[in-house]
Design a protein around this ligand. Sequence first.
Ligand code: HEC
Ligand code: HEC
Ligand code: HEC
Ligand code: HEC
Ligand code: HEC
Ligand code: HEC
Ligand code: HEC
Ligand code: HEC
Ligand code: HEC
Length: 297
Amino acid sequence: MNAAARIMLMITALAAQPLSLAPGTRQIARAAAVREHPAVSGDGGAACTTCHTEVTSARVVHGPVAVGQCSACHVVDTGAGVRRIALKGGGSDRDTTALCVACHDDVAERLKLPHRHAPVASGSCTACHDPHGSPFRFQLPADGDGACVRCHQDIAEALAQPHVHPPAATSCRICHDSHAGPQPSQLRARSNAVCGGCHVTAPADRSDAEAAALFGRHAADIVERLAADGSRILLDASLASGHPTRGHPVDRRQDPSRTGRPLDCASCHNPHGSAGAKLLRFGATGVSSLCIRCHGK
Ligand code: HEC
Ligand code: HEC
Ligand code: HEC
Ligand code: HEC
Ligand code: HEC
Ligand code: HEC
Ligand code: HEC
Ligand code: HEC
Ligand code: HEC
């Protein structure tokens, strides 16, 4: 094909773009930049990696990439006569959910839970997982809490406070599911039940299945140690009152300091870290500066 014919084809391809795109959007800018992909002799393995060596060179390589199955996700699209690489099943860089859960049905199951983590809900699996590989487990961009705090600067700051909650320093995933959970903040149980798992009932009072339901399945032995170390508080039999002073509610009330939120352990304690002892909220360094936050007038 001569140059003039190719330009005509590209103009036709651009004219075929949906009209709903407002001029000046990123999509237009991308479409205008579409270049023809070099010819390929196959749909995977060496047919791709001879040119894209970096894709398979990470320390932790994603299963299908390791076996050269590029075509599990990429297809050579020759629509409008322009040879380019597209994601399978109409997936886009911004929403890869359908592409990924085609092989990961356990994740598809969890995405049905009501409280989905924002980047998961918007389909940005690749905001956390490199689709090809990375130096870290699960193809993450960092190890442990590093994979989380790069987007949650406020939590990174809490972890730099003088008093850090040991489970938060150990792994965010002890309490939060990375993808989705049945309770707000992707918790696996009511907030107070999560705290109670280490501070109200002793580990001996609990079955392994209950522990896994509260804390996930990734760090069972570490969690057992943290649960054993957590100091116990005494609550009334209802588990709704009895701390920090006799008869004081810890549940089933509104939180006077946070409109619309229930009173719970996290009303008075920061689950991540704090300036004062006992992980007290509001920067309180002593009991009296805490009480006035809710009993000020
Ligand atoms: C002859 C070398 C060569 C081969 C073989 C090759 N590619 Fe490419 N590929 C390129 C070049 C050059 C680019 C453009 C790179 C750029 O824009 O920085 C590219 C770009 C891409 C892109 C990015 C496209 C985009 O829209 O950003 C993907 C995805 C891709 N190739 C996948 C593949 C797959 C899958 C195969 C095997 C079926 C393959 N390539 C085989 C040279 C090759
Ligand atoms: C599990 C699905 C999946 C497999 C398998 C896969 N890719 Fe990709 N690839 C993607 C996604 C998704 C993107 C877009 C990345 C983004 O938006 O962050 C991508 C992007 C690319 C790019 C663009 C540059 C980059 O790194 O972002 C190249 C080149 C590429 N893939 C080559 C390959 C080759 C070669 C193989 C086979 C060895 C392969 N891919 C296998 C999902 C996959
Ligand atoms: C063609 C099937 C296929 C597709 C599509 C696919 N994966 Fe995978 N994935 C696998 C296989 C196979 C493994 C390795 C076996 C395993 O560990 O479960 C794997 C492993 C993983 C792992 C590591 C699991 C572990 O326990 O170490 C993560 C994370 C992952 N995939 C995320 C993704 C994401 C994100 C996407 C979409 C961009 C995706 N996968 C698309 C097949 C697929
Ligand atoms: C906010 C970061 C983040 C996003 C976004 C994300 N993941 Fe994950 N994913 C993780 C972390 C961290 C792990 C490590 C193990 C865990 O927490 O379950 C993981 C583990 C996995 C695993 C392997 C172990 C398991 O739990 O089955 C798969 C498969 C997976 N993710 C797929 C996906 C898919 C598909 C999407 C998009 C719908 C996605 N992830 C979006 C952070 C994320
Ligand atoms: C790519 C950026 C990104 C990464 C990485 C990320 N998050 Fe998030 N997360 C968000 C966004 C955006 C929100 C929604 C806005 C908000 O509440 O800050 C959110 C919300 C949350 C919430 C709920 C906040 C609420 O008010 O209910 C929790 C809990 C959370 N993330 C935990 C984690 C954990 C644990 C990890 C690591 C596995 C992680 N995040 C990694 C972007 C990210
Ligand atoms: C001991 C359990 C626990 C651990 C471990 C934990 N969190 Fe939380 N987190 C909670 C609870 C409970 C809430 C809800 C607090 C509330 O009601 O205000 C929460 C709230 C959040 C929120 C939203 C509200 C806010 O404070 O901004 C984000 C984001 C968050 N956590 C991220 C993380 C990250 C990142 C890690 C790891 C560094 C982590 N969490 C570790 C229990 C925990
Ligand atoms: C996986 C176990 C675990 C979970 C879940 C957990 N903690 Fe802790 N917590 C600990 C450990 C271990 C310590 C450090 C030992 C100690 O002082 O109790 C600690 C310390 C504390 C302290 C400080 C005690 C002191 O003497 O300084 C408070 C307050 C606290 N946790 C509240 C909470 C709240 C509120 C929740 C729920 C959001 C929670 N914890 C969930 C294990 C846990
Ligand atoms: C109304 C505020 C408030 C609520 C709600 C609250 N706490 Fe506390 N908590 C405190 C104060 C104040 C202290 C410090 C008491 C002291 O230093 O004498 C404390 C101390 C603690 C300690 C340290 C005990 C020790 O032996 O030093 C733990 C653990 C703890 N709380 C866990 C929890 C858990 C779990 C919940 C939810 C069931 C909860 N707290 C709810 C205010 C609260
Ligand atoms: C996060 C908000 C909050 C903080 C902080 C708080 N309280 Fe309360 N307190 C409540 C709520 C809610 C009630 C129930 C009010 C009602 O029933 O109308 C309550 C009730 C009480 C009562 C009456 C009920 C009873 O029998 O105990 C006393 C006394 C009390 N608080 C003392 C304290 C003291 C002392 C502190 C500091 C250690 C404190 N409170 C910190 C929210 C808080």
